[in-house]
Design a binder for this molecule. Structure first.
Ligand SMILES: Cc1ncc(COP(=O)(O)O)c(C=O)c1O
Length: 448
């Protein structure tokens, strides 16, 4: 893999509508909040420059990722800076883990404060942060109970366990017979159980045998869902918007239909809002847009403020209440540092400001992409400040488009084929967003 060879970005790039270079990506150390950092601008070809660090990673890291060739050393807000001091607008935002931008001062302060007092107790003891976090999170999401975990996959695994236990103890499904209905093209994480019900061969191949008990139906197909649920169904588990699949937005009424079918079938509706939730979709949860209340909601990513891994299952008391002491747990789940940061995240969302920004900037994003259809873009989908963009394959793979945007000072991530996804921090400014759209237009329409 090669490292970037030229400073990225150019006047007129994101955040630089006047072409003055202030705040523009690719300008070492420029703009507010950035100065020369450790390792920046060394250009020595040694261990601390991009090329050297990429080589060092490749020599020792398990090769389960293929990162873009940028080595980030610092970040603030929507900007990241590489070890040479080049700046890039981050339109991936840690797959929505950085909804509030890099190092949001309120979140960093909450973390610092907690670091100085207490970091870990394990749930063998109580800590003074957890109750407040759980109360606020339940209130924010309109639910009654919280099961704190760490990663998204753990929240999904926890929901699978809870749903099965609920099916046996409350619904009366014969032991060992519970099924969970999931959607094709889902992405719920990387554990063996979860990849076992993935339809993505690259996620599954070579990792079997897989756990039984899952039925897969097409996404956005209520008739297929209705046909799949029966007396053995513990739950329907879905993403309200399929992020990894390319920001696939279901038809209006789909989530309401899922709620009605699950209610009629006497099974749980589990909404995986790990990527779609916490402001991204223009509301606190994506299901809020249809005023649907699932039985369990899975949260992660942005819940940790981009600082610590924090996930949670939030839901009905009579469902999460099936767990008893010793039936489930996690050494780090609910730790006081996570709870303090998670509480500060909830505090930001309680203001409604980030949901509003996602909705308003989402319109800028949608309106900026619309004229590109037929000019390098085949199709696109948006929900809030979140887009899946199908680029004309003749222009390159999603990866190649990502590399060309990198050279423009914009970071995005490809997903399948020639699709790229855009999920800027919800703190991005309109000018920055317009600058990124202009960079996308250049990449798609101006010959390289
Ligand atoms: C919808 C959804 N669920 C679950 C996960 C898994 O989260 P994690 O990577 O924290 O395990 C992801 C991650 O991308 C996701 O998008």
């Amino acid at each position: 893999m090669t490292a970037p060879t030229v400073p990225s970005g150019r006047p007129g790039g994101p955040g630089d509508p006047d072409g003055r270079g202030i705040d523009s990506p690719g300008v070492p150390g420029s703009g507010p909040g950035f100065g020369p950092g450790p390792g920046s601008g060394s250009g020595s070809g040694g261990r601390r420059d991009s090329a050297g660090l990429i080589r060092a990673e490749e020599a020792v890291l398990a090769p389960n990722y293929h990162p873009l060739p940028v080595v980030v050393a610092r970040a603030e807000g929507a900007w990241v800076e590489d070890v040479e001091g080049r700046r890039y607008l981050d339109l991936l935002a840690g797959y929505s883990a950085l909804n509030f931008g890099h190092r949001h001062p309120v979140l960093v302060e909450a973390a610092h404060r907690q670091l100085d007092r207490l970091t870990l107790t394990s749930r063998a003891f109580h800590n003074d942060q957890l109750a407040g976090f759980a109360e606020r999170l339940a209130a924010l999401t309109g639910q009654e109970m919280v099961l704190p975990m760490n990663t998204g996959a753990e929240a999904v695994e926890s929901a699978v366990k809870v749903a099965r236990k609920w099916a046996y103890e409350v619904k009366g499904v014969p032991d060992g017979r519970a099924t969970i209905v999931v959607a094709a093209d889902n992405f719920h994480g990387r554990t063996t159980t979860i990849v076992g019900f993935s339809t993505d061969e690259s996620a599954r191949a070579g990792f079997g045998p897989f756990a039984p008990g899952f039925r897969i139906v097409p996404y956005n197909d209520l008739a297929a869902l209705e046909a799949a649920v029966d007396d053995s169904t513990a739950a329907v588990l879905l993403e309200p918007v399929q992020g990894e699949a390319g920001v696939i937005v279901p038809d209006d009424g789909y989530l309401t239909g899922v709620r009605e079918i699950t209610r009629r079938a006497g099974c749980l509706f589990v909404a995986d809002e790990i990527q779609s939730g916490l402001g991204r979709s223009g509301s606190t949860l994506a299901v809020d847009l249809e005023e649907v209340t699932p039985d369990l909601v899975l949260l992660g990513k942005a819940l940790g403020g981009g600082i610590v891994p924090v996930s949670a299952v939030v839901g009905r008391r009579d469902v999460l209440g099936v767990l008893g002491p010793g039936t489930h747990g996690s050494t780090f789940g609910g730790n006081p540092l996570a709870a303090a940061v998670g509480s500060a995240v909830v505090g930001l969302l309680e203001t409604g400001e980030y949901q509003r920004r996602a909705a308003e900037l989402g319109i800028v994003l949608r309106d900026g992409l619309a004229p590109l259809v037929g000019r390098g873009v085949r199709a696109f989908r948006t929900r809030g400040l979140w887009a899946g963009i199908d680029v004309d394959p003749a222009l390159g793979t999603g990866r190649e488009i990502g590399e060309r945007l990198l050279a423009e000072g914009v970071l995005v991530k490809d997903t399948h084929g020639s699709t790229i996804r855009v999920a800027p921090p919800l703190t991005v400014t309109e000018d920055q967003l317009r600058g990124a759209l202009a960079a996308l237009e250049r990449v798609l329409t101006v010959p390289a």
